[in-house]
Each structure stands twice: as structure tokens, then as C-alpha cells.
Ligand binder design. Sequence first.
Ligand code: NAG
Ligand code: NAG
Ligand code: NAG
Ligand code: NAG
Ligand code: NAG
Ligand code: NAG
Ligand code: NAG
Length: 356
Amino acid sequence: MFVFGDSVFDPGNNNYIDTSIGGKANFPPYGETFFRYPTGRVCDGRILPDFAAAYVGLPYWRPYLDPDNHNFVVGANFGSAGGAVLVETNPYTINLELQVFYMKKVASLLKEELGDENASELLKGAIYLSSLGGVDYMAFSNSTSDPTEAEMEAYVKIVIGNITNAVKDIYALGGRKFAFQNVGPLGCQPENKQSYNTTGCVELLQTLASMHNDVLNTVAEELASELPGFKYLIYDYFTTVMERTENPTKYGFKEGDIACCGSGTHRGDGCGYLTVAYELCSNPNEYVFFDGGHPTEAANIQLTELLWNGTTNVTWPINLSQLVELDSTDVKVSTENVDILIDQRVASGRVSKANV
Ligand SMILES: *[C@@H]1O[C@H](CO)[C@@H](O)[C@H](O)[C@H]1NC(C)=O
Ligand SMILES: *[C@@H]1O[C@H](CO)[C@@H](O)[C@H](O)[C@H]1NC(C)=O
Ligand SMILES: *[C@@H]1O[C@H](CO)[C@@H](O)[C@H](O)[C@H]1NC(C)=O
Ligand SMILES: *[C@@H]1O[C@H](CO)[C@@H](O)[C@H](O)[C@H]1NC(C)=O
Ligand SMILES: *[C@@H]1O[C@H](CO)[C@@H](O)[C@H](O)[C@H]1NC(C)=O
Ligand SMILES: *[C@@H]1O[C@H](CO)[C@@H](O)[C@H](O)[C@H]1NC(C)=O
Ligand SMILES: *[C@@H]1O[C@H](CO)[C@@H](O)[C@H](O)[C@H]1NC(C)=O
């Protein structure tokens, strides 16, 4: 399994980069529930990719950037808190382009280690799990106070355009099985309710997330018809998280509106900061959100179970257990197609042939 994404998927890569305190979670109380030390996960315990890995018999993630992490036969997790799709959104974290660059390095290492043929089999059978776009939409809404419909559509188009290119790069490396977690209910996250000073959800952020998710559905379907052997699922993180924030008790939580850890009306930020007084709940399992933007481990257990074996109303057209089981013989790798893709990219000036 190879993991791409932002803070909800970062197992601690940001511990190894120079970013502000806002981009890190390597201090208490992060990690208090499960690992018992702050691993860098923006959570009290395990994150969704940890549970997804466990379902397929892989260990919990070590950050790709951990210098002692050399075993890429199990995959790699490139997720980075604040990790954006667009290069200009957040220059301090590992953006999608850099995550894909790291993936290319891992693919080369695997070829050296296992030989071309076995590495190709591995890359073809692997799951490429991603959570992308949320950081870009939060930055957009911060910088554009009252965007028009056309401005929002244009922005969604470039975010999805860049995700599409990343998917094609991974496809060219031999990747075939893609699991896309869609953008969550950004406007209902405690951090954003708090910064917009609203009791309900922030409409602009909800609209941007929904627009993105609609286009993602269409584009994934198009990719499946364009690229032979391309298989995918879309996991509806927007709906599954939203349901829990709105009906916490139905899912065994006491609180879906305010986070467990942080300061302000919704404990929306500052969790663990030494310089700011913050509150910490006594039992994170009662909360949907651990901090202003990130589910608790208890919520992640439920969210991953739905990804793994949910019905088509939460993960479509198939669920993760089905994507894993898909016979690799269905997942045809046509070298001809890869050559065409590479030629298109070289012709458009985006890459040089030496780099692909
Ligand atoms: C590829 O995998 C097969 C089966 O596991 C193994 O027998 C073979 O030695 C591997 N090839 C290389 C080059 O490692
Ligand atoms: C958006 O603005 C809020 C409030 O000023 C800030 O806390 C947050 O970091 C900003 N988010 C992004 C992605 O720029
Ligand atoms: C990717 O994002 C950049 C901005 O960072 C934008 O100029 C470019 O058009 C986007 N690419 C696609 C294919 O949408
Ligand atoms: C937030 O909104 C409430 C009422 O909706 C208002 O009383 C309060 O002054 C506002 N706070 C800030 C910081 O704007
Ligand atoms: C999802 O997963 C389970 C197996 O884990 C399966 O029984 C179920 O039928 C799957 N698919 C759908 C569409 O519900
Ligand atoms: C889904 O997986 C969970 C955890 O393994 C299991 O408890 C549950 O029964 C499964 N549900 C279905 C419908 O397979
Ligand atoms: C999806 O379907 C299941 C089983 O039919 C149901 O329990 C669940 O509430 C539905 N979820 C959503 C988000 O509609």
C-alpha cells in the first residue's frame, strides 16, 4: 500500500521537515491513547491508513522520511500535515508533486531490490490510497472572501487537474488500484466553525468540498474508461464524518461539535501548545474530533471499517476489501499505453523523458 495525502494520513513525516508548530503533532497529548507517545500523527492514536494497513496484514506506518525506514516492500506513506495539491498553497510541507517524486524514488529502489519483473507485480497489485484537496480549499477560502461560482469552479478544476496528473504519473509507474478518500466536511470541522465564529457549518467550505467531490467522481470514471486496467474506489469521507458530527450519539459518541483538545469556542486550535492554555477532554473515545480538524482514533476505527466493507452508499463503485481482492489478471498493464502517456507529458513540457 502507498499512501498520499494531508494531515489525516500523515504518520509523522512532518517530524522530519522544517515546518511551523502548526504543521506538527510531535508533542503531547497527541498519541496519548494508543502509541503512548507523540508519533507525529495528528490524532490521539491510530489514523485511517494504519487501520487500512492492518486490514491487509501490513504493519502500522512508519513515516517515509524516517531515515531508519528502509522496508518499502510493504509500501510507503508520504502523507504530510498541511500537504497540499497545489505547489503554491503551502510551501512548508510535502505537497503532492513531492509525494509523487518520492513514489518514483521508491519504485526505483524496489526495482533494484526485487528486479524489474517482481517490482512491477508489486506496484501493479498495490493499493494507492489518498486524501487530497482539503488544505487547498481552506487556503482558498482564507484568501478569497466572497468568491463567485466561476472562481470556485476554476479553482476546483486546477486542483483536480493536478490530482489527475499525479494519478497518471503513478499509473505510468505501474499503479492500477486507486482508493480516493474524498474531501471531508471542512465547514463542519471545529477549527473552521471557530475561526468563522459560527454555530452551524461554514457554507463556503462545504460548497467547495462538495464541488470538488462531484468533479472527483466524474474524473475517476473518465480515468477508468481512458486507462486500461485502472481500478478505483471513492470513499465518501465527507458523508461519513458529517453524519458523526451531526448525530454523535447514534455512533456511540457524546460530542461531535467541539473537539477533545484545544482552545477557543470549539477547542478549534492550539492542542498541546505550551504557550497557550488549552483544554483536554478526559475520554477521547467520546469525541468525533480529537483536535480542530482531525477525528479521534475511535472515529477512525469506524471510518476505516466503512472504507473496508461499507456498502455502495459510502464507498463506490466498490469497497476496499473488493479492490484488494481484484485479480491482478484483470489489472492489465499495457506498456503501449504508458508510452503514450509519457509522450504526451514530454510533449506538454511538464517532464523530460529522462525523468519518467
Ligand atoms: C521474483 O519472485 C519469485 C517468486 O517469489 C522468486 O522466485 C524470484 O527469485 C524473484 N526474482 C528476483 C529477481 O528476485
Ligand atoms: C486559515 O485561516 C485561519 C484563521 O486565520 C488559520 O488558522 C488557518 O491556518 C488558515 N488556513 C490555511 C490553510 O491557510
Ligand atoms: C496545476 O496547478 C497549477 C497551479 O499550481 C496550475 O497552473 C495548473 O494549470 C494545474 N494543472 C492542471 C492540469 O490543472
Ligand atoms: C461571535 O459571534 C457571537 C454571536 O453570534 C458574538 O456575540 C461574538 O462577539 C462573536 N465573536 C467574535 C470574536 O467575533
Ligand atoms: C464490501 O465488503 C464486504 C466484504 O468485506 C462485502 O460482503 C460487501 O458485499 C462489499 N460490497 C458492497 C457493495 O457492499
Ligand atoms: C465489517 O468489518 C468489521 C470489522 O472487521 C466486522 O465487524 C463487520 O461484521 C463487517 N461487516 C460486514 C458487513 O462484513
Ligand atoms: C448506507 O447504507 C447502510 C445499510 O443500508 C445504512 O445503514 C447507512 O445508514 C447508509 N449510510 C448512509 C451514509 O446513507
